[in-house]
Design a protein around this ligand. Sequence first.
Ligand code: PLP
Length: 399
Amino acid sequence: NFQPAARVTRIKPSPSVAAAARAKELKAAGKDIVDMTVGEPDFDTPDSVKAVGIAAIEAGDTKYTPVNGTPALRKAIRNRMAQRTGITYGDDQISVGGGAKQIIFVALMASVDNDAEVIIPAPYWVSYPDMVLANEGKPVIVSCPESDGFKLSAEALEAAITPKTRWLILNAPSNPTGAAYSDSELKALADVLDRHPHVWVMTDEIYDEIWFEDRPLSSIVKVAPHLADRIFVVNGVSKSYAMTGWRIGYGVGPAPLIGAINKLQSQMSSCPASMSQAAAAAAMEGDQSFITDCVKVYKQRRDFAVASINAIPELSCSTPSGAFYLYPNCSGVIGKVTPEGKTIENDLDFVLYLLDSGVAAIHGAAYGLSPHFRISTATSTDLVEEACRRIAAACAALK
Ligand code: PLP
């Protein structure tokens, strides 16, 4: 007769984690499935980084660390942030946690209650709305259609702000679209924020290294440094260095917010794993050629997959500027009938049909913008090719 707390009944399990688990189960049961749900690099953590983790364990670096991370990790974070933003963050402006996911959750826990509003541009990373709900906030979803490049406009931001707005969450390059804001787009958002000093910005930059454009990736903290006292930057090592299982993420921003986060962390986890912190610091401070090599491969897969999807008459796909996902539009399959006689009413029906056709993907409704579906290219190049073949065959079989 366990009764979960209201914060649990308000939320749902992560749809992307659930879809990945379903694909794994079907594969384990012997079904031939190409899993395009994965949200983690298919590459292994670089050997040089693993070696630092192993050496840390052997050297007895196996104890609690300060709540806000080891000095070595903090230094690596400070150096990287200074390099990318020109801002030098002090020790009281850095928090570390068990992945960017935990940092975002704790930042919301530290700042949101009593139905405070959090503006979330859609399509969004599946976890933001549920994290806001779990922490007694109110997600305010703002639809950002493909015709706007899946990006929040200044007008839409202005219209969404109320006296109860606490945060605007930005995520670029975006999961699921790979879209990213230009300097001028961010300046326009910053102009709106200038008029609303009670609104803070959480900018989730976890995919910032997976970037395909010739121009540098922009960030609101670079474009509007005068807003730094209400910008919280989130990042981590999971995606850039293929370190998802090491669980290290970080957030930098105003000292009062960081203090509140660290106070919660001191009661929640004490600190992330000591050996993971050593490995993460080494990854950030060491040779960065691993990233360049991975990005080259992600870009080849992106180009192949975008071209393949766009060659399918019922689908269309804009080209992501970063990250390792595609978010094709599937409006052309809505209303069509599968060989089994089922009408495809929405993007969930379509991904279930794709699953029957041997491809696991995630439906757009989970990201707040339909009709779309997300496929990940963080899987081997051969599998990306096979998935595209299967999607094309599945679409061709629709009537
Ligand atoms: N933010 C976004 C947009 C993500 O896609 C993810 C992972 O899927 C995370 C944050 C969390 O990353 P981690 O907790 O592994 O650092």
